[in-house]
Design a protein around this ligand. Structure first.
Ligand SMILES: NC(=O)c1ccc[n+]([C@@H]2O[C@H](COP(=O)([O-])OP(=O)(O)OC[C@H]3O[C@@H](n4cnc5c(N)ncnc54)[C@H](OP(=O)(O)O)[C@@H]3O)[C@@H](O)[C@H]2O)c1
Length: 231
């Protein structure tokens, strides 16, 4: 199982649950220090390699050195979010550059190594279906990832391709954002979800492992979001 972005957050929780279930995992990310700590936590079933999903050469060398890929999940992304009238064009494009094209190119580089009964889970985000604030390019990127999942499910069959589209998660990503932004976003999310709480990284990891394991599910988007997109 290959988890690009597996050095932290949701990807790392997928790694923990997968290792507990007996899988071997390969973690990818840009920071060797972060990956080494994560792999140490996981024990003998985990290895790691540095990779930058925005760099085609880096992706090619990452996958060339792997024998076979059963499952791929790419939670790796770094981007700026904000209103169209406030972001520079470069920042506005950053979700597409990193999250959309990063995942597209990661899948393309992985294909020669993918097992026929393997699967891919793409990372989107519930903001694509229900934008919580003015961040139109980020919302569009998440919606585009869902479309990419449906398109790849057709092209890559029998390899299955699905999408996970989480709501707001109380985890590593938000822990590194400014406290004032975090508290405002968390309060809004608690108010606006059906379940009136944030999600956990482990809940999203469970959803990813379900999509990896269910042999008749392809082209689907799963929303572990506490009912956020219903309202
Ligand atoms: N957390 C939420 O509330 C939430 C909700 C919906 C969707 N999402 C989506 O989940 C993803 C983030 O996952 P997370 O919440 O687990 O956050 P995270 O802990 O920040 O994980 C992101 C990981 O990706 C790696 N990464 C970033 N840019 C990379 C690049 N160019 N190449 C390779 N690795 C890269 C980072 O490590 P390095 O810096 O070492 O590379 C990091 O380990 C994003 O796509 C985000 O939109 C998150």
């Amino acid at each position: 199982m290959v988890l690009i972005g597996g050095g932290s957050g949701i990807g790392l929780r997928v790694a923990h649950q997968a290792v507990t279930a007996g899988a071997q995992v390969v973690l990818g990310g840009r920071s060797s220090a972060r990956l080494a700590v994560a792999a140490e936590e996981l024990g003998d079933r985990a290895t790691w390699r540095t990779v930058d999903i925005t760099d085609g050469t880096s992706l090619a060398s990452f996958f060339t050195e792997l024998d076979r890929v059963d499952h791929l999940f790419t939670s790796a992304a770094s981007y700026r979010v904000g209103p169209m009238m406030q972001l520079s064009d470069q920042d506005a494009e950053s979700p597409f550059v990193s999250k959309f094209w990063g995942q597209y190119h990661a899948v393309k580089a992985a294909v020669p190594k993918l097992a026929e009964d393997g699967s891919i889970v793409l990372m989107a985000g519930a903001a694509g279906a229900r934008p919580p604030a003015a961040a139109p390019a980020y919302a569009a990127c998440n919606a585009a990832v869902e479309g990419l999942g449906r398109g790849l499910a057709v092209e890559l069959a029998p390899v299955r391709v699905n999408v996970v589209s989480p709501g707001t998660i109380d985890g590593n990503l938000w822990a590194h954002r400014p406290e004032e932004d975090r508290e405002a976003a968390f309060a809004q999310y608690r108010r606006d979800t059906v379940l009136h709480r944030l999600g956990t990284e482990d809940e999203i990891a469970q959803a990813v492992l379900f999509l990896f394991g269910n042999g008749f599910t392809t082209g689907s988007t799963l929303y572990p979001d506490g009912g956020y997109t219903l309202r």
